[in-house]
Structures are given as C-alpha cells and as structure tokens.
Design a protein around this ligand. Structure first.
Ligand code: SF4
Ligand code: SF4
Length: 206
C-alpha cells in the first residue's frame, strides 16, 4: 500500500539528506502496512476487553469511554505529542504513520520539545483513557475481565516500549527509547529539529 505511506526512499521534510538509500541512522522514519497491523494487533485486544467491561457496566459507560478515546487519540494527543513528531511535518491533511494513521493534522508542526503542560496533558490523558475500565470492572466484580484487561494492557505497553518506542523518531515523547548516539545522528540529519532543541533551556518552552 505505497499510497498510504511516505515513499521509503524519500527523506522526511525535516531531513537534509537527498535520499534515504544507505542511511544508517537508527530510527524508523518510514512505515509499512505491517507496522500499522502490528500496532493494532496489540492495541485492539486492550480496547475490546476494556470495552466489554464498560458495556457490562452499562451502555452509557461504554459510550462515554468511546467519546474519551476519540477525543484523546483523535485530537488531544495529536496536539500535545504528534505535533512535535517529524512525521507531522509531512504534507497532507492526515497522519500516515504506524499508530495514529488517518488522524487530522489541524495544528502547525512544532519541532522542539514538549512543554511541561503538554507532558501533563499527554500522560494524564493516557491514565484517564486506560484507567477508565478498571473501576467499572472492580465495581461489577468482573474478576476474569479485570485480569484479562490488565494483562492485555501490560502486553500492549511492553510491546510498544520494546518494538516501537526503541526506534521512534519522535524524540520529544517522554517514552522515546532511542539511545544518545542514535539521537545525535538523527539530529545531525535534521537541522530544523536540532536548532529547535539547541534553543531549549530545560524550562517549559511555552
Ligand atoms: S534520517 Fe533522513 S535520510 Fe535517514 S532514513 Fe530518516 S529521513 Fe531518510
Ligand atoms: S508521535 Fe507516533 S503516532 Fe504521533 S505522528 Fe509520530 S509516529 Fe505517529
């Protein structure tokens, strides 16, 4: 599905290289359908089990969770996290990456680090979204679903950490796991981002 993703030979809009062929920078700048499928293979079980728990508590609880997830992953996370990602600098009205594929690009690209307030909103939103089914399962004494939900959530977090965050190009994310050398190599190729980070004084940039 080449139309769904950036041409793997074409550098990111932030990158100063003429081509990606032969590049040894250790981050993943391009995505394939298999990346998107892998992401949803670990994300969907968590959502389905959590959704089942919310549904058993009442259809309105499920509806509220759907609204929360849509608002957070469709808009809030895109603003506070993805707008700092080099992938966000691509042309087009929607993102075409391995996780938030199809989400709208409504804001300008911000190449610098996330502010403290953005980190609070990002992390707080994750806690609210993924914590939501837990009290419903506890109150409903749905012990099997509770264990299943926590297991799928743990599996999702571990897989993200090991397989996605360890090679993610968004160095602004608090969960980014690339090492210092990779980060330095990536900044060397992406002067717009390097400039934004060099001007960062460690305080909230807003
Ligand atoms: S760092 Fe630049 S040249 Fe290397 S893969 Fe990423 S976009 Fe391509
Ligand atoms: S931060 Fe992740 S989900 Fe957001 S645009 Fe970048 S690669 Fe996609």
């Amino acid at each position: 599905m080449p139309f769904m993703f950036l041409d793997p030979r074409r550098p990111l809009p932030t990158c100063s290289a003429k081509t990606c062929e032969g590049c040894r920078v250790g981050v993943q700048c391009h995505f394939r359908a298999t990346d998107l499928i892998a992401f949803f293979a670990v994300f969907l079980p968590t959502i389905l089990v959590g959704g089942m728990g919310a549904y058993l508590a009442g259809i309105w609880w499920l509806g509220l969770w759907v609204i929360l997830l849509t608002g957070y992953f469709g808009f809030i996370e895109i603003r506070v996290l993805c707008s700092h990602c080099p992938h966000y600098a691509e042309a087009g009205p929607t993102l075409r990456c391995w996780a938030n594929h199809g989400m709208p690009r409504l804001w300008r690209y911000r190449p610098g680090p996330m502010s403290i307030s953005e980190k609070i909103v990002f992390l707080g939103g994750l806690v609210v979204c993924f914590g939501y089914p837990i009290p419903l399962l506890l109150i409903g004494a749905e012990w099997f679903l509770l264990v299943l939900y926590l297991s799928t959530l743990f599996g999702f977090a571990m897989t993200l950490n090991r397989s996605f965050c360890a090679r993610c190009m968004n160095i602004a994310c608090p969960f980014n796991g690339v090492d210092e050398q990779v980060r330095t190599d990536f900044l060397g190729r992406n002067p717009i981002i390097a400039q934004a980070w060099n001007g960062f004084n460690g305080r909230d940039p807003e």
